[in-house]
Structures are given as C-alpha cells and as structure tokens.
Design a protein around this ligand. Structure first.
Ligand code: ADP
Length: 434
C-alpha cells in the first residue's frame, strides 16, 4: 500500500485536526488559546517522535521501528521498508560476490584484479601461488613490484595488452607463465595467467621434430639427386662409378624406408597409449629374432650367445616387446666390431625378469648416455655412417617399455662394451607373488 503524502495532504490533515479544536475554543470563547495549545501539543508530539526516530536510527540495534501513531507510523514504516530493501540487495550482492569468488577459484588459471595504476585489488589462490603473494598482506601492492621482469615492467608501462606476454615464473620454480591483461569493470584490469610450460615444451619438441625429420630426409635426397644428375648421361659414367652410385642410392633408400617405418611405429605407439595386455612368450620372441639375425652376425664373424629362462611369459603387448628386443639386439650387432661378442639374456632377478644385451663393442661415452633415447639422437655425428642408423631405435624402445612399467637401463664403458637392459616387474608375470 502506498503511504506517501504530499505537503498539501499534511496541511489538510493539520487543518482537519485543528478545526474541531478551534470550534470548541470558539464555543468556550478562547479560540486563539485553544489553537495555540493544540499547535504546542502538536509540536511536542512531533519533537517526541522525531527524537524516537533519531534514537532508533542511531542507537537501536533492531531493524524494527518503534510503534508510532499517525503520519509518524508511515515515516517509520517507509524507512523500515527501505532498510529491508537495501539489506536484501546487500545479501544478493554478497551472494553474487561469493559465487564469483568460487568460480574464480575453480578456473584453472590464475586471476587478479588491478586498479588502473596497477595496484592489486584481488587475486585467486592460484595467482598467489604463481606469483608468491601473501594474502591479504599484499593487497594494494603494485603488480610491477611482484612481477619484476624488465620485459613485463616495460609491457605494463606501455599499456598495449593486445598480445599476451610469456615469462619465467617470478618465484623461480622453472614454470613458464603466459599473462593476459584486459580491461575490467570501471577503470580496472583483469589479469589472467596460465602455466604454459608443458605447452611450450610440446611446441619445442614439435619444432625440433619437424627440423630433424626434414634434415634427415634432405641428406639422403641430396645424395640421390647428385647421383641421378650424374646418371643423366650413363654412357659417360665408368661402370665402377655407376655400380657405386646404384649401391649408394639403394643404401639411402633403405635408410629412408627404415626411418619412415620407425616414425610410423613411434606414432602408432603414441596414438594407442596403453593397450590391453596379452600373455607374451618373451623367450620365444628372443629365439625368433636371434635365428633371423644369426646370418648377419656370422657375416661379421660375431659370436651370439643366448641365455633364456624357460616358461617365462609376461603380460604385455607383443608388438611393443618385440620392437624393444629387436632394436636392442640389432644395435648390439650393428655397433659391435667384426669378431665381437654379443650375449642376449632373459633371466630372473630381484623384482622381476631381466632382458639384457651385453656386447664388447666400442662403448658409449658417459655424456651421451642420458640423451640416447631422444629422437634422432646419435653418438656419431655422421648421419650417413656405415651403420645406416636413424637415431630412432632407442626412443622406440623407451616408448615400448612404458606400458610394461619397465625402464631402459644403459651401462657402458668406452672401449669395453655396452649393456642395455630392462626388468619386467613381478606384477606383469603371471603366477608370481607381486
Ligand atoms: P640408431 O638408429 O642410430 O642406431 P638408436 O636410437 O638405436 O639409433 O641409437 C642411438 C645411438 O646410440 C646410436 O646412434 C649409437 O651411437 C648408440 N648405440 C646404440 N646401441 C649401441 C651399442 N650397442 N653400442 C654402441 N653404441 C650404441
């Protein structure tokens, strides 16, 4: 119900109350005294309720107004209604703020709100973690005092936030953080930051990979193109040189073919991730490869001994285990000199069953060992060396072993030989206590 009144209405009410008083006063012959007395009482009445209103507003803790008669009741109720409305709005606002804070904590990015001059107004927990902020102690400090990189300071001063900026974490934990700044509310900035370490790493790997593949393919193609140019006039070519050209072209073609096959194997392994396991008879796989490769060993006069435990199947992926075994045996034969010795074993050890290939080849210098499983990493700088390697074999082995909870271990001594091994844990060996 609308209970507001106009000035005219106030006067009208006063007049209507005054009229009977004036009439009674006139009947008693004291009209002016009666009116004056009434006005005095009216003024006192007003003063009394005015001070009650004042007391209620300033001293009372209750929301409910004191009881009042007449026009004062309308005024008290009007104020009460306004108070209730603002209380409701405040609650609503608090709820919205609470929800905003919850949402801001739930997002996977760090968020901060800054004043126009860069002073920190608010930050979520992730921002406090990324930038080493103490909350609420650091409230109000300037962004450039906790992100001090000269590049960021310049970026912030310039005020051109079209593109994000990527920095190393100011708390020195090796993270790379991408920061985006955008206008927010009235004269404020919203700063969003996210951890792009892994993304940048992947991007670097991708770039390196493309550069490596291009380089690896370019070299044999250049060699082949050179020979093909020579062969445009085959009659000018002495037969000995022609035979060498054909031989070199076929070596390069085989190498490219091997590389493409290995790249496909790697990408297949990456795409499939962990696959379902089957029972794989590793002993049988080893015997199969050794039989296939024996003639190659004989052609290099290498002795190849095999020491395989009986009945030792494991739960795993046959294709991956076969790739690991084949690559390690092939490498040993490839890098060991003529007349060398290679021993392949599959024997129980503490923790599981170990596959190992030991050779008495040239060995590998210690500084190369941690990098051997990187794609395209080769110890010999010469990519066209007689071994025809691609640098992909050991990265295939590493990938293949991931599913089998096994790690490739390499020990090697220059001039003495190398040992490549991995242990398939008990958990993947049926009928053994884990
Ligand atoms: P590649 O195709 O070149 O053989 P790998 O990834 O299989 O690529 O091997 C990486 C490098 O590790 C090889 O280039 C070689 O220098 C070194 N290497 C691997 N196995 C042996 C081994 N048994 N003896 C000596 N060096 C080896």
């Amino acid at each position: 119900m609308e209970r507001h009144f106009t000035f005219f209405k106030v006067l009208q009410r006063l007049f209507l109350a005054l009229l009977p008083v004036a009439f009674v006063g006139w009947l008693l012959g004291v009209p002016f005294q009666a009116v004056s007395a009434f006005l005095l009482v009216y003024a006192l009445w007003n003063a009394f309720y005015q001070q009650r209103l004042n007391r209620w507003l300033w001293l009372s803790r209750t929301m409910h107004p004191p009881k009042a008669p007449g026009a004062w009741s309308d005024i008290y109720d009007g104020i009460y209604r306004t108070l209730r409305r603002s209380q409701f709005r405040r609650r609503n606002l608090a709820m919205i703020l609470h929800r905003f804070r919850e949402a801001a904590e739930a997002i996977p990015d760090a968020g901060m709100v800054l004043e126009a001059n860069g002073n920190l107004v608010w930050s979520n927990k992730l921002a406090q973690h990324y930038f080493g902020l103490k909350w609420p102690t650091d409230k109000g400090i300037r962004i450039t005092s906790f992100i001090r990189h000269p590049r960021f300071v310049k970026y912030f001063r310039k005020g051109d936030f079209k593109d994000p900026i990527t920095l190393s974490s100011p708390v020195g934990d090796g993270r790379e953080i991408e920061i985006r700044i955008m206008p927010y509310a009235r004269e404020q900035w919203l700063v969003m930051a996210r951890d792009v370490t892994r993304l940048n790493q992947l991007e670097r790997v991708r770039k390196d990979f493309v550069a490596n593949v291009s380089h690896e393919l370019k070299t044999p193609l250049t060699v082949m193109q050179g020979y093909l140019e020579l062969m445009e006039e085959p009659t000018d070519l002495p037969p000995k040189q022609l035979r060498k050209a054909v031989h070199d072209i076929s070596v390069q073609t085989r190498r490219m073919q091997l590389m493409v096959e290995q790249l496909l194997a790697l990408s297949r392994m990456e795409a499939k991730g962990i696959e379902s396991s089957e029972l794989v008879d590793v002993g049988r796989l080893i015997h199969r490869y050794v039989a296939e490769l024996r003639h190659r060993a004989e052609s290099k006069q290498q002795s190849l001994t095999v020491n395989v435990v009986a009945n030792s199947s494991v739960l795993g992926n046959e294709e991956k285990l076969a790739a690991a075994i084949q690559n390690l045996i092939t490498n040993a034969m490839k890098y060991t000199q003529v007349g060398g010795h290679i021993e392949v074993s599959w024997q129980p050890v503490t923790g599981g069953i170990e596959f190992a290939v030991q050779d008495n080849g040239p060995g590998i210098a210690a500084e190369h060992l941690p990098r051997l499983t990187e794609r395209f990493y080769r110890v010999t700088g010469d990519r066209n060396s007689a071994t025809g390697g691609t640098g992909l074999g050991l990265s295939i082995v590493k990938h293949a072993l991931e599913q089998h909870r096994a790690q490739l271990l390499i020990s090697s001594t220059l001039g003495k030989g190398s040992r490549f091994s991995f242990v398939i844990p008990h958990t993947l060996i049926p009928n053994t206590p884990s």
